[in-house]
Ligand binder design. Structure first.
Ligand code: KIV
Length: 276
């Protein structure tokens, strides 16, 4: 049985911290699931850390569905959340419903995430009414990067801080089961966490949130184009991968790989016949 939104909401009430990690493929999702992390986000960060785009904006729904399916296949207990990409929930509510349903029906996700607050509250409400759990996402929402003029901390002015509080409240009212707070000052994230009854999940929002989400490639140190300030590298996978690949390359060139251990034998008499 997979983790449910009720269990996640209960975790806030009990003061239990909620852990979320992103995943984009079967193998990684399986490891995260076996560790026991309750929620896996197939984030549109896929575009940057897996597909090599400069931002999340070019990511398509087909790419997201393809990777969400792989993550679902790799998991047994975690709730899998599919991230709705840019412009798949803005054009009309019916378009948003259709696209949210694709994550559930075609990819097997249990929930969707979308960016925005007051501006998407009606859409969130309609998706939730259809039985699809929605995670909100406010603060530095990467799909609006051109509007923000860069990856900047959000909510630092009094007006911006009030807007974020209202966004969080609008998402709660619309029926979202949790809200990601990205790159907002820690004291503001703590305040929002106190003002809403649904869990807040921080990324660059301090320890006062109900939970934390990180991009797997950031915490493993396997994506090095840039390392965000909010990320802690628990490993430096890039070094391990680079040295293993170098060793393989060197051994193939030297003829020392493969050895008998990685090779297959055959019946000597058949071989002799073949040789004539
Ligand atoms: O796309 C993503 O991975 C995200 C998280 C960083 C919250 O939206």
């Amino acid at each position: 049985m997979r983790v449910t939104i009720n269990q996640i909401k209960e975790m806030k009430q009990k003061g239990e911290k909620i852990t979320i990690l992103t995943a984009y493929d079967y193998t990684t999702a399986k490891i995260i699931d076996e560790v026991g992390i309750p929620l896996i986000l197939v984030g549109d960060s896929l575009g940057m850390v897996v597909l090599g785009y400069e931002s999340t904006i070019p990511v398509t729904i087909e790419e997201m569905l393809h990777h969400t399916r792989a993550v679902v296949r790799g998991t047994k207990q975690a709730m899998v959340i599919g991230d709705m990409p840019f412009m798949t929930y803005h054009i009309s509510v019916s378009d948003a419903l259709h696209n949210a349903a694709r994550f559930i029906q075609e990819a097997g996700a249990q929930a969707v995430k979308l960016e925005g607050g007051v501006n998407v509250a009606d859409t969130v409400s309609r998706i939730v009414e259809c039985g699809i759990p929605v995670m909100g996402h406010i603060g530095l929402t990467p799909q609006s990067i051109h509007q923000f003029g860069g990856f900047k901390v959000q909510g630092r002015t009094p007006e911006a801080a009030v807007r974020l509080v209202k966004d969080a409240q609008a998402l709660e009212e619309a029926g979202a089961f949790a809200i990601v707070l990205e790159t907002v000052p820690a004291p503001l994230a703590t305040l929002i966490t106190q003002k809403v009854n649904i869990p807040t999940i921080g990324i660059g929002a301090g320890v006062g949130c109900d939970g934390q989400v990180q991009v797997i490639n950031d915490i493993l140190g396997s994506f090095t184009d840039f390392v965000p300030k909010h990320a802690k590298q628990y490993a430096k996978l890039i070094d391990i991968m680079s040295s293993a690949i170098t060793e393989y390359y060197t051994e193939v060139k030297a003829g020392s790989f493969p050895t008998d251990k990685q090779s297959f034998s055959m019946d000597e008499t058949i071989l002799a016949e073949l040789k004539g």
